[in-house]
Design a protein around this ligand. Structure first.
Ligand SMILES: Cc1cc2nc3c(=O)[nH]c(=O)nc-3n(C[C@H](O)[C@H](O)[C@H](O)COP(=O)(O)OP(=O)(O)OC[C@H]3O[C@@H](n4cnc5c(N)ncnc54)[C@H](O)[C@@H]3O)c2cc1C
Length: 401
């Protein structure tokens, strides 16, 4: 996958190319879909991989990738536009295989931001916002989490919305919002003080007085994604920018259900990247005069990683079938997010272990995947919250509301 200056070249050119698709899940796509996926892989291999470590250590976003991304013409394929879940999922897996940060930027924009408008906007709102967003001319973010309200967003937001004639006045703070420091529009979720229900608003970041964003500094994961702390002081938003079909938190949860399955694909993609890096390293790193991949204990790690990865892919494949049939439930999406992210944590740790000291270097790529995995484990609902949703469905008993 990547060349590393720290790896000793191995003379056995006949060793297999690392393959993180053991059960040929891509074989379930049509020929046209496989061509799209190939385009995404080439973009990641040739444009993202060579530059991303440098941006990661500098906490900076690679704006130079936006123009090449536009040429892929894939913004119209996401869930927001009714794209086939298996293709959308495998695209997320491909992006994550190379870089979880750039993949997160892509997922927040095409999934959370565009998905909110597609699922909950009026026809006029969809016609106005979605075409430029799918061309990456207008970039969006999704502001749900608050400094004091994380897992408990369903139990009550502190950000408020007050109707005032033809507009709404928003007050409050949002924390951790990916893309917020530089994007064009924010989907902001706020509690209507009159009926106490959660409503969604399209806030135009650059032209709304009282709206400001501070960059969250000093992260140890997903350093390329620019996470913002949004502060809203008497922000006036026109009624035309209120998501017309978002009337309660249950509507917000519809968006999260779709994107949560995307995080399952994300965790699968990180495992794919980690596994392939580990195999390449095991084939080429020599100790005791042999490639370390020839030692039984390293082979055991490789087989365990592949089992985790393949189990995640198989689970996500079935989830995509359920989604395509229009039958996806919260608990099904949550089970997949919880399972794949837990397997991901094991897989990246084993891949890092196999790299020895080089595994802590960002330059070896596995150091970056290892750190980034921690953020994916927690975002879009923690492991505990997913399991509470699953177990509530299984038992009929709720442990949290
Ligand atoms: C890199 C990154 C990007 C993000 N991007 C966005 C974004 O774009 N938009 C957005 O809105 N949010 C975003 N988030 C926020 C993310 O969704 C939240 O961090 C997540 O939902 C958890 O909330 P919290 O961090 O406040 O943890 P808390 O809710 O404070 O939880 C702390 C711990 O308590 C546990 N816990 C909480 N409640 C319970 C319970 N009832 N039972 C058992 N255990 C419990 C949790 O599982 C966790 O282990 C992002 C986060 C990160 C790290």
């Amino acid at each position: 996958m990547y060349a590393s200056a720290n790896v000793i070249a191995h003379p056995h050119a006949e060793l297999p190319v690392p393959n993180g698709d053991f059960y040929d899940i891509k074989g379930m796509l049509t020929g046209d879909e496989r061509a799209i996926l190939e385009k995404v892989r080439t973009f990641n291999d040739t444009k993202v991989a060579p530059i991303i470590n440098d941006y990661w250590v500098r906490d900076a976003f690679p704006f130079e990738l936006i123009e090449p991304l536009k040429t892929l013409d894939i913004g119209r394929l996401g869930i927001a536009r009714g794209g086939r879940p298996l293709l959308t999922g495998l695209m997320a897996m491909e992006f994550m295989r190379t870089d979880p940060s750039f993949a997160t930027f892509y997922g927040v924009h095409t999934g959370l931001a565009m998905g909110s408008i597609a699922l909950l906007g009026s026809d006029e709102q969809k016609a106005k916002w979605l075409p430029p967003m799918e061309r990456f001319e207008i970039i969006g973010c999704f502001g749900l989490t608050e400094p004091l309200v994380g897992s408990g967003t369903g139990g009550g937001l502190l950000t408020t919305a007050k109707r005032d004639g033809d507009s709404w006045i928003l007050n409050g703070e949002k924390k951790w919002i990916g893309n917020a420091t530089w994007c064009d529009i924010s989907i902001i979720w706020a509690r209507d003080v009159d009926d106490n229900q959660v409503k969604g608003f399209i806030v135009e970041n650059k032209t709304t007085p009282g709206f400001r964003v501070e960059k969250i500094e000093n992260k140890m994961a997903l350093k390329v994604v620019q996470n913002g702390h949004i502060i809203m002081e008497n922000c006036r938003v026109p009624e035309a920018n209120r998501l017309q079909n978002a009337n309660t938190f249950r509507d917000t949860a519809l968006v999260l259900r779709e994107t949560r399955s995307g995080v399952g694909w994300a965790a699968t993609g990180i495992q794919m990247g980690a596994f392939e890096l580990a195999v390449r390293y095991a084939q080429t790193r020599l100790q005791f005069g042999k490639p370390i991949g020839a030692f039984q204990m390293m082979q055991d790690l490789i087989a365990r990683m592949l089992a985790n990865l393949t189990a995640s892919q198989a689970m996500m494949y079935r989830l995509a079938e359920i989604e395509e049939a229009g039958k996806l439930t919260d608990q099904e999406a949550s089970l997949a997010k919880a399972f794949t992210t837990q397997r991901m944590r094991e897989t990246v740790a084993w891949a890092r272990e196999l790299h020895g000291a080089n595994g802590i270097l960002v330059d070896s790529n596995i150091g970056r995947l290892f750190a980034d995995a921690e953020a994916i484990y927690s975002y879009e609902g923690t492991f505990q919250m997913q399991n509470l949703i699953v177990a509530k469905a299984a038992t009929g008993l709720s442990a949290f509301v």
